[in-house]
Ligand binder design. Structure first.
Ligand code: S3P
Length: 169
């Protein structure tokens, strides 16, 4: 079975959707940011602060090569910029979780841990920069996606159900 790869902007809910999918299926999941943090034994925030973004992207490309070669039948959630790895389409079925930028931003703000959620994301420190990044990325997200799910106004669990149904087709 092919991997299922969840892509989409920071804060759109890739991690929560992955956890809900795991609950309703026999899938095993992994997350590219978690893999990178354990490879480096430090947080994404620290990696960005000490080594810079390009180093982080080189780790993403390394993880992507390993996933393509060594992982199958797995649910893979990714960081918001992971879609840029050159072999993304060879890793599995690409599922884009998407919502308008304002919906994503307001959802983060409504979270009880909003400050923490923003603090750990180096590329979400300034709203206007984050909005510009979203606008810049959206066309490529849409281009590489096999399945697009609009997550606005939907419960996490119904999104999980929708993805499981669509990947089975
Ligand atoms: C990034 C998204 C983050 C993380 C890193 C860079 C991005 O993951 O990989 O901070 O470039 O959009 P989340 O999408 O889980 O926030």
């Amino acid at each position: 079975m092919k991997n299922i790869v969840l892509i989409g902007f920071m804060g759109v809910g890739k991690g929560s959707v992955a956890r809900a999918m795991v609950k309703r299926s026999r899938l095993i999941s992994m997350d590219t940011d978690d893999i990178i943090e354990s490879m480096e034994n430090r947080s994404i925030k620290e990696i960005f602060a000490t080594e810079g973004e390009e180093y982080f992207r080189s780790l993403e490309r390394r993880v992507a090569r390993w996933l393509q070669k060594s992982v199958e039948g797995t649910l893979i959630s990714t960081g918001g910029g992971f879609h840029k790895v050159p072999n993304i389409k060879k890793i599995g079925t690409i599922v884009l979780l998407n919502a308008p930028f304002e919906v994503i931003y307001n959802r983060i703000l409504a979270h009880p841990d909003a400050k923490k959620k923003l603090r750990k994301r180096p590329l979400f420190q300034e709203i206007e920069k984050a909005r510009a990044l979203y606008e810049e990325r959206l066309p490529r997200y849409l281009k590489i996606a096999d399945i697009v799910i609009d997550v606005s106004d939907k419960e996490i669990d119904s999104i999980a159900k929708e993805i499981i149904k669509k990947v089975k087709k």
